[in-house]
Design a protein around this ligand. Structure first.
Ligand SMILES: Cc1cc2nc3c(=O)[nH]c(=O)nc-3n(C[C@H](O)[C@H](O)[C@H](O)COP(=O)(O)OP(=O)(O)OC[C@H]3O[C@@H](n4cnc5c(N)ncnc54)[C@H](O)[C@@H]3O)c2cc1C
Ligand code: FES
Length: 254
């Protein structure tokens, strides 16, 4: 069975879910959360940015090396079938592109997928790993803050331009985003008046990944909740305006 057939017949995880990973053996005790980049028959892939000791160990692993990996965790984005007719704007900042790649692959596997575009922003061309999206069928619009690749500006500016181009079609538009917290907040502020549905995938430093240690708590409209079990995906309006008490600041997805 080919991977695409397997994905259609037996999808096991939802785009936006993550797994807790650690190289084996490791110098560390606690697994680290990683968004699922893609999944097929018996395999799952990840896109790891080496920002610290545990991610450097993961990046150093080779094909066939053992890994400690949890089952898929968290809620994930709404299922592709639940997203309506679109258009969908998948807006990824830095390594936040990983769960949006998985979502695009699931959309590509639908018989009648909604129209979608991927907006992929980085500070400079080196930050935009364009080849990660080579297997995606929908259009990919890169942006760089310094103009070295694609649209000159942030992916928030690019998203505003795309929303303006949609005109009246914004009534059914959905924005799905993952990236640095400040980017997602700016995106929400910029398009919330015109786009009715915005889903954000939050990041927080996590230890258990299953709602036990309370190390990843966010303040939402409903009060404090662990991001690992109630998220990482939230309706943006449930978070922004209530997030002043997030326990950590910037995301490692830059
Ligand atoms: C749901 C979720 C999905 C994620 N998906 C990916 C992914 O697909 N690819 C990827 O490369 N990374 C992803 N991350 C971030 C990744 O988990 C952290 O970068 C990793 O835990 C760092 O571990 P380390 O030991 O290498 O570095 P550490 O020494 O633990 O951290 C290095 C630096 O990153 C900061 N940091 C650590 N974890 C986080 C975090 N979760 N959010 C914000 N800052 C953090 C630390 O404060 C420190 O400044 C995700 C995080 C979450 C919560
Ligand atoms: S990581 Fe322990 S509660 Fe979320």
């Amino acid at each position: 069975m080919g991977d695409d057939e397997a994905r259609l017949q037996e999808p096991r995880s939802r785009p936006g879910q993550f797994a807790m990973l650690l190289a084996k053996p490791s110098q560390h005790l606690v697994r680290r959360p990683m968004s699922i980049l893609d999944e097929g028959d018996g395999w799952r892939s990840y896109m790891v940015k080496p920002v610290g000791p545990a991610t450097r160990e993961l990046v150093a692993t080779r094909v066939g090396d053992p890994l400690e990996a949890s089952e898929p965790l968290g809620n994930g984005f709404p299922l592709p079938e639940e997203l309506g007719p679109g258009p969908l704007l998948l807006v990824g900042g830095g390594f936040g592109i990983a769960p949006l790649h998985f979502l695009a692959r699931r959309l590509d596997a639908m018989r009648h997928p909604p129209k979608y575009s991927i907006l992929y922003g980085g500070r400079t061309a080196r930050d935009v790993e364009r080849e990660v999206l080579d297997d995606v069928l929908g259009p990919v619009l890169p942006s760089t803050d310094d103009g070295t690749l694609g649209f000159h500006g942030t992916c928030v500016d690019l998203c505003v331009r795309e929303v303006e181009r949609m005109e009246q079609r914004t009534a059914s538009a959905v924005v799905l985003t993952c990236g640095p917290h400040a980017m997602m907040r700016a995106l929400f502020d910029a398009v919330q008046d015109r786009v009715p549905t915005i889903h954000v995938s939050l990041e927080e430093i996590m230890a258990c990944g299953v709602g036990v240690c309370m190390g990843c708590v966010a303040h939402t409209r409903e009060g404090y909740v662990p991001i690992c079990t109630h998220g990482p995906v939230f309706a943006a309006g449930e978070i922004f305006g209530f997030e002043h008490q997030l326990s950590h600041g910037e995301s490692a997805h830059e």
